[in-house]
Design a protein around this ligand. Structure first.
Ligand SMILES: N[C@@H](CCC(=O)N[C@@H](CS)C(=O)NCC(=O)O)C(=O)O
Length: 292
């Protein structure tokens, strides 16, 4: 047995920064830290987000709805800088008391409807527009099973594996082993499902795919935690087939750019207020015009 270097006290107290990349924003209490109203644009849907996997789910969904001709899905996407603590502003907390992106306000209802938790946002939009969620009860149930699978599984990938493999201040073999094992098991779950079905819920592209793709698709494509080789991601051939297929969808290509504030400038559309912004407001163009 290895000797533990830390003995927990009787009662935990918040007396130091916990370390790691997110130490400056992590705290053990909820609620707002400062007063700040949220901006409201011209469209019915106001999204407050960032292009992390949880944020990308919603922008891929909104772009897919627009692609299918739902003008009511037009949206303003405002950038929330979580490293600066924007999620703790009073306006944001009123939309999401959990202080995490993505958060959505639907101003087409009276009074406006707030929606938080990415899975709930996908479900809300699917029901509002009658898209991407099968109506047949059996198929709908399969879709929701995979949607909820994602909501339960991804914290193991992000908060567990990704945190200890990429972000923790030291590499702890026990933690990396534990979470690599579970993430590989999850990839195998997906791989077996995608060997028997084109999409997660069956033959239709649904909100289940939209929820899972930004996490597990990014992982096998080498776009998350630089861990594709470590996890031997290439061996999950059906997950790779599905990942590449979704990546070709125009709505997925656009959706992943929205609220992106990292990566190559031409892939970043930090805020989206109009469909034409993809042509004119990407970061490379803003910088070329002398902006920031
Ligand atoms: N279960 C939530 C998770 C959202 C989440 O963890 N968001 C992260 C970014 S991916 C965040 O806003 N973190 C800021 C913080 O923890 O203060 C969802 O799916 O919406």
């Amino acid at each position: 047995m290895t000797e533990s270097r830390y003995t927990p006290p009787k009662v935990w107290t918040w007396n130091k920064e916990s370390g790691g990349r997110f130490s400056s924003i992590n705290r053990p209490i909820a609620g707002a830290t400062h007063e700040k109203e949220l901006p409201v644009g011209k469209h019915p849907l106001q999204l407050y987000s960032l292009a992390t996997p949880n944020g990308v789910k919603v922008t891929v969904m909104l772009e897919e709805l627009l692609e299918r001709g739902h003008a009511g899905a037009e949206y303003d996407a405002w950038l929330v800088d979580i490293m600066k603590g924007d999620q703790f502003g009073s306006g944001f907390v009123a939309v999401n008391p959990n202080s995490k992106i993505p958060a959505l306000m639907d101003h087409s209802t009276q009074p406006p409807t707030r929606v938080f938790e990415s899975g709930a946002i996908l479900l809300y939009l699917a029901e509002k527009f009658g898209e991407l969620l099968p109506t047949d009860h059996k198929k709908r149930t399969e879709c929701l099973s995979w949607l909820f699978w994602q909501m339960g599984a991804a914290p193991i990938l992000g908060g567990g594996f990704g945190h200890f493999y990429a972000y923790a201040p030291e590499k702890i073999e026990y933690a990396i082993d534990r979470y690599a094992m579970e993430v590989k098991r999850q990839l195998d779950v997906l791989d077996r499902r995608l060997a028997e079905a084109r999409y997660l819920a069956g033959d239709e592209y649904t909100i289940a795919d939209i929820a899972v793709w930004p996490w597990y698709g990014a992982l096998v494509a080498g776009q998350a935690y630089d861990a594709a080789e470590f996890l031997d991601a290439g061996s999950y051939q059906h997950v790779n087939r599905w990942t590449n297929e979704i990546a070709e969808r125009p709505a997925a290509k656009r959706g992943r750019m929205v609220n992106r504030s990292f990566g190559k400038p031409e892939t970043q559309l930090r805020e989206r207020h109009d469909a034409s912004d993809f042509e004119t407001k990407t970061q490379d163009k803003i910088e070329a015009a002398g902006g920031e």
